[in-house]
Every structure is written in C-alpha cells, then in structure tokens.
Design a protein around this ligand. Structure first.
Ligand code: IPD
Ligand code: CA
Ligand code: CA
Length: 271
C-alpha cells in the first residue's frame, strides 16, 4: 500500500474510532433522560408527529464539541444544528437521536447515528442503541461489526421469507406508502416499523430484517446505515441520485435476494 493510501486509511480509522466513542457517550446522556422522562422537555417541529427533545439538542451539542476538539477542520451536518462547512475534505453527518418519537414515549427503539464522509463518499458509519447496548460500526472496505463481531445481511432472505423494515412520515403523500404496503402483503410479504429508521438499517446489516424502505429520509437518518449495510454484504440505492445532500431522498437497502422485488413493490424499478 502506498504511503498516501495508508495515511488516508488511518485518517478514516481514527474517525471511526472517535465516532464509536462519542456515539456511546452521547447514548449514555440520552439514556439518562430516557430513564427519567420527567426531565424531558419536548417541542413540536413541523407537526405533532415531528418533535424534538432537550436530549436531542444536548447530545448533538456534545457530538459537535467532541469532533471539533479532535478534528477542527472537518465539516459537520446534524439534524438539530445544521451544516457547518470544513476544510479537511471530511464531513460528519449525524443524528443525535434517531427515533425521537419512540424515545419520548418510553419505547426503547432509538439510537445515535454518526456517518463520516470523505468528499462525496460515506467512509464510515456508527449506530449505537443504548437500551440494548449494541454498537454497530463499519468502515468502507473494512467490514461491519456489532459489538466487535462481524455481521452479515441475511444472505438467503426474500421479501416472502423475511421481514421488511418500513419507514413512513408526512413528507410524502400517504398513498406512496399505502400502495406499497398493499402490494407487499398481496405478495406474501410482511413489514415492521419501530420508529427508528437508522436502527432498522442496522438490523438489515445484522441480518435481522431482510430489507428497509422509506420513500423519503434525510442524510443524517440513513448515511451510517448505508455503509453498514454495504459492508455487511447488502445493497443500497446510492444517494448520489438525490438532488442534493440537504434534500434527502428515497431509501432502499437490503440483502441480495430482495432487490428486484423491493424496487418493484415500492414502484421504483427504474432506480
Ligand atoms: C425519523 C425516524 C423515523 C423515520 C423518519 C425519520 P427522527 O427520524 O428515523 O423512523 O420514519 O423519516 O425522520 O425524527 O426520529 O430523528
Ligand atoms: Ca432521524
Ligand atoms: Ca433525530
């Protein structure tokens, strides 16, 4: 390996290690609020279903502070505090709490999600689920792990034999989702929605869910999950097809045997 390549690899590995450390640290802060929800103030964002809590803000502030202390020239994009450009070529894309709705209602399906990009490529992703103490981590070309053990997607799963993780929100017309659910059920498939798209993407990487689909997500919801799924042997529809990073787009990810069926059922064969 050339010196330059080795240096680039180390630069990514160092950021992956920091992402793991701060995902755990942020997760512990959020878990404190989750266990004592009387401390949790919740504000409405775009609708009664789209809310933010004091924990989301506190965790993102912590993540930003830790990253800036170690890599002050890296760019930052987080759900709560937006985009801050950097100069190093690296950008962190993070969701301090994915699954805020389950989080505020006391349902344990939520996580901290952190992706690292170099240029336009997602080079590392970490998802930490504090309630189960599960840390998912991947580096491009370096494989995917769950609490340090290698994970693989469910190699033989289909939509008929496995379960589809489904995401829904009010950013797209309801019939987009209802039509796909109808086709899925008619074809013998089944779905689950736990309220955390990032965590469901990690479940695809770990072989628990056969695939994941949501008609619209933002980069902070899914970038860490994308590299986890790819490094675990699965497929995604590349977000480079989105009109812009900040616009978000449709999310498809799965084990090999689900691709054709999922794209058809979701009405996206041309993708
Ligand atoms: C949401 C969750 C949800 C998905 C939404 C996301 P948030 O993120 O991932 O499962 O369906 O599209 O916005 O608001 O909990 O960070
Ligand atoms: Ca999210
Ligand atoms: Ca969030």
């Amino acid at each position: 390996m050339s010196d330059t390549l080795q240096h680039e690899d180390e630069a990514v590995a160092e950021r992956q290690a920091l992402a793991e450390t701060i995902a755990r640290e942020g997760g512990r802060v959020a878990l404190g609020y989750f266990r004592d929800r009387s401390r949790l103030t919740v504000d409405r964002k775009t609708s009664g279903q789209d809310v933010v809590s004091v924990a989301d803000k506190e965790v993102e502030t912590l993540l930003r502070k830790r990253i800036a202390a170690r890599f002050p020239e890296d760019g930052l994009l987080g759900e709560e505090y937006g985009l801050q450009d950097g100069t190093s070529g690296f950008r962190w894309v993070m969701d301090p709490i994915d699954g805020t709705s389950p989080f505020v209602f006391g349902i344990p399906a939520w996580c901290v999600s952190i992706a690292v990009m170099r240029g336009e490529t997602i080079v590392a992703g970490v998802i930490y689920a504090p309630t189960t103490d599960e840390l998912y981590s991947a580096r491009r070309g370096g494989g995917a792990t769950l609490n340090g053990r290698p994970i693989r997607v469910a190699e033989t799963a289909t939509l008929q034999t496995g379960v589809l993780g489904l995401g829904a929100n009010h950013r797209v017309p309801s019939r987009v989702v209802s039509g796909a659910i109808e086709r899925l059920l008619d074809e013998g498939g089944m779905f689950i929605r736990n309220g955390s798209g990032a965590l469901m993407l990690a479940y695809v990487a770990a072989g628990r869910l056969a695939a994941y689909w949501e008609p619209h997500m933002n980069a902070w919801d899914c970038y860490a999950g994308f590299v986890l799924v790819e490094e675990a042997g699965g497929w995604i529809v590349d977000p480079s097809g989105w009109s812009a990073l900040m616009d978000g787009g449709a999310v498809f990810a799965g084990s090999p045997g689900t691709r054709a069926d999922l794209l058809r059922i979701a009405g996206a064969e041309a993708t």
